[in-house]
Design a protein around this ligand. Structure first.
Ligand SMILES: C[S@@+](CC[C@H](N)C(=O)[O-])C[C@H]1O[C@@H](n2cnc3c(N)ncnc32)[C@H](O)[C@@H]1O
Length: 190
């Protein structure tokens, strides 16, 4: 099942809606040696700069062949060899990755649907103890030029409710990611 309202405008416009450098900095990638996973990678707007900043292996999933192809081309332009693209419906099929094996899972601009716990549960399953789920989404406290309907954008309270019992805990590193987004990081294990 493709997440509703998860279609993409053209890449140049999409990328202009974020301060990508600041968001990648917020991930504090230094010291993350293990694999990183992005669920719903789109054009690779974040996958590619992350792959440039780390030697970690990156697994980038998307349900749309055209998106994956675009992301792959963007990675090739940067001559990256540490990104692996996977065509998959994460909602229906999960990732197929080994349990307790990943250092970081990215859920960027994808959790605006009722069954978000399905993806969060998969993220928790594949993360190692001490691994981190990083989530960003459109703010709902301001007008934004793009993004799903305001009432379906998750806020911090909804994310924390959705991870109840999944052994994912707020790191305290939640913040506004100007101009239009906010983010939260959750660590597996206490
Ligand atoms: C709004 S885009 C965000 C892309 C990227 N995370 C970013 O922030 O630039 C959401 C992406 O999730 C993908 N997607 C939607 N449902 C999915 C599913 N069930 N499994 C895997 N990918 C999915 C869409 O094809 C789309 O590329």
């Amino acid at each position: 099942m493709k997440v509703a309202d998860s279609g993409m405008p053209d890449k140049v416009y999409w990328d202009s809606l974020f301060d990508i450098v600041s968001i990648v900095d917020w991930l504090e990638l230094t010291g993350i040696a293990g694999p990183i996973v992005e669920l719903g990678c789109g054009y690779g707007s974040f996958t590619v700069p992350i792959a440039k900043k780390t030697n970690a292996q990156i697994y980038a999933f998307d349900i749309e062949p055209a998106m994956l192809e675009a992301a792959q081309i963007n990675a090739q332009k940067e001559q990256l060899s540490n990104v692996h693209f996977c065509l998959r419906d994460i909602f229906e099929q999960g990732t197929g990755l080994e349990s307790n094996s990943m250092a970081m899972v990215l859920l960027f601009n994808i959790l605006h649907f009722d069954e978000k716990r399905v993806m969060l549960k998969e993220a928790s399953r594949i993360l190692k103890h001490g691994g981190v789920v990083a989530i960003i989404h459109w703010r709902r406290d301001i007008e934004t030029p793009r993004g799903p309907a305001t009432h379906i954008r998750p806020d911090k309270k909804e994310i924390l409710e959705a991870v109840s019992g999944l052994d994912l805990h707020d790191t305290g590193n939640s913040k506004i990611l100007e101009p239009y987004h906010w983010g939260i990081q959750l660590i597996k294990g206490s």
